[in-house]
Design a protein around this ligand. Structure first.
Ligand code: 5MY
Ligand code: ATP
Length: 498
């Protein structure tokens, strides 16, 4: 299993800390366009054994899921599955020690797997585009974790608020209360996925104001904007504009001040929007058809854009929809494989649990932990259209739900490489702005399968998010009403005294 990497790359000094999430830690090569993605495990004594036992299988599952499931659903060009490799333990241990001081405190409840010797080797998507080109200005890369872009439509939902407010906007309240973030973000995924230029502009501007873990910007593979964790954020828009000036206004890159920041940020938002709605493989006229999500599934009451529209008395917001084949529409379509919502899935999970308690060997037959091969992919298509009370129906719906959950948690990487129009390396796609031109590529990352057992956790979390949101917004409404009456009282007294 796995290939052994070329020896010339195996010097820990040539690799540096790049970033991490909840389940993996990534290091990048200082020179080559490569990253190594290591699994992480809880800080427990059993950790070395757990890693030795689990790492190779989990990594194999990650690659297979990417290759045989997500790539087929999201499209060839967007997905780079990478490969499982085996590394010398000395090298991995040295690396783990070297990067430890760089890690954000909030992620240190888990340790990097420095025990199994297995990792994933992937192209460094933050540098990918320009690997073999000589350009004075290094590549720029924008990473967005867009989260779930629709309002669930399942008839299994009992809490009405889920039909009105999207999960991301509700979850913000709990995250701030838990101390995960300091402020509520105004970003609403439904605006980003709307395909409406105005709504997308507001969504991206909100991400720039409060990036949390949903937006990162890299220059030459180095993080220049975004949060490592809530304690450690690089998010000064003037500073960002300073980095970007030379890209968007190459001729007069020396201008500065608030006007300059606004102009540069607008250009950035424009480029991101184009990359998100373009069909890179494109060009068949039929592909320009837009995917329109029904009105009630594409508006979130908590979105600041919607609030503004209501406040200004504009009642009809154009529901533009996403061009077919663009990265956002691909992701949204896979997210929408979740047709039952966790409210409909949880009872089916209990059905499967009960069944495998009685027939443990069926766990394998039902593909609950993979392997994620062609037959798993086929099991996603609707062979059971109605609930016939079987465990097979339940497993099929659970598979669809898990695939959708991966798409709700993936990230989009947009790599931009400045390129004068005269040097356009056709047929590579380009984006033009008022003064600049970029060759670009779009990839989707973090396409790991979500463990079957997570369903129980997701069900509990969903309940917490909704209850907290309802409590919190109710409390705020009560306070506002009290204030209103108090002000009116004061007003009344004032009238009496005159
Ligand atoms: O449930 P959510 O929406 O909070 O998503 C989790 C993410 O939280 P977020 O809200 O994006 O900050 C969470 O991200 P963070 O650790 O918060 O950066 C993980 O991506 C988690 O995935 P996994 O279970 O570790 O594979 C994600 O869990 P899954 O729901 O994808 O299982
Ligand atoms: N191929 C790649 N090229 C460049 N950077 C990458 C690559 N893969 C991952 N990264 C960086 O490493 C970070 C962490 O990786 P990833 O999102 O896969 O971790 P995770 O633990 O699976 O995340 P999550 O908490 O969302 O489950 C990403 O946000 C991204 O910035």
């Amino acid at each position: 299993m796995g290939t052994v990497m070329e020896v010339k790359y195996l010097d820990a000094n040539e690799w540096k800390y790049h970033g991490e999430g909840n389940r993996s830690l990534v290091v990048s090569h200082v020179q080559h366009c490569q990253v190594l993605r290591f699994l992480k495990f809880p800080n427990e004594r059993s950790q070395p054994n757990q890693a030795l036992e689990e790492a190779p299988r989990r990594l194999r599952n990650i690659v297979d899921f990417s290759k045989h499931v997500m790539k087929l659903l999201l499209g060839d060009t967007f997905v780079q599955p990478g490969e499982v490799i085996q590394l010398p333990l000395d090298f991995v241990r040295q690396l783990a020690m070297k990067i430890q001081p760089e890690r954000p405190g909030s992620r240190c409840n888990k340790v990097m797997d420095a025990f199994s010797g297995y990792a994933l080797c992937l192209p460094d998507l933050t540098k990918f585009q320009t690997c073999h080109r000589i350009e004075k200005r290094p590549p720029l890369c924008i990473e967005i974790k867009p989260k779930c872009g629709f309002i669930p439509f399942s008839t299994h939902i009992t809490k009405d608020v889920k039909h009105r407010v999207c999960r991301y906007c509700m979850h913000q309240h709990l995250k701030v209360a838990n101390g995960k973030w300091k402020r509520i973000s105004k970003y609403c995924p439904l605006d980003l996925f709307s395909g409406n230029k105005q709504r997308m502009y507001i969504a991206l501007k909100s991400l720039l104001q409060e990036p949390q873990n949903n937006l990162k910007i890299f220059k030459n593979g180095e993080l220049i904007f975004g949060c490592k964790d809530d304690q450690d954020c690089l998010m000064d828009l003037n500073e960002l504009a300073n980095h970007l000036k030379a890209y968007f206004f190459p001729a007069n890159g020396v201008v500065s001040g608030p006007q300059c920041t606004r102009t540069v940020i607008s250009e950035l938002i424009h480029v991101i929007t184009i990359a998100l709605v373009s069909n890179i493989n494109n060009c068949k006229p039929g592909d320009m058809k837009r995917i329109i999500v029904s009105e009630e599934r594409s508006h979130c009451e908590a979105s600041h854009f919607c609030k503004e529209v209501l406040r200004n008395g504009i009642h009809v917001v154009e529901n533009s929809g996403l061009p077919r084949g663009c990265v956002l529409s691909r992701i949204l379509q896979v997210q929408m494989l979740d047709m039952m919502d966790i409210d409909g899935i949880y009872p089916l999970y209990l059905r499967v649990q009960q069944h495998i308690e009685e027939f443990p060997t069926d766990r394998t037959r039902l593909h609950l932990d993979g392997p994620y091969n062609e037959s798993f992919y086929e099991s996603l298509s609707d062979s059971h259209s109605q609930d016939d009370e079987t465990v097979d129906y339940a497993a099929q719906k659970i598979h669809q739900y898990r695939v959708a959950t991966t798409a709700k948690d993936c990230s989009v990487m947009i790599a931009l490489s400045p390129c004068p129009l005269e040097e356009w390396p056709e047929p590579s796609p380009i984006i033009q702005t008022s003064r600049a031109c970029f060759v670009y590529s779009v990839s989707i990352l973090d396409l790991d399968p979500k463990p079957y057992e997570n369903i129980a956790h997701q069900y509990k979390l969903d309940g917490k998010i909704i209850n907290f949101y309802l409590q919190n917004t109710r409390a705020k409404k009560d306070l506002a009403t009290q204030k209103f009456y108090k002000e009116n009282e004061e007003c009344t007294l004032f009238f009496h005294s005159v």
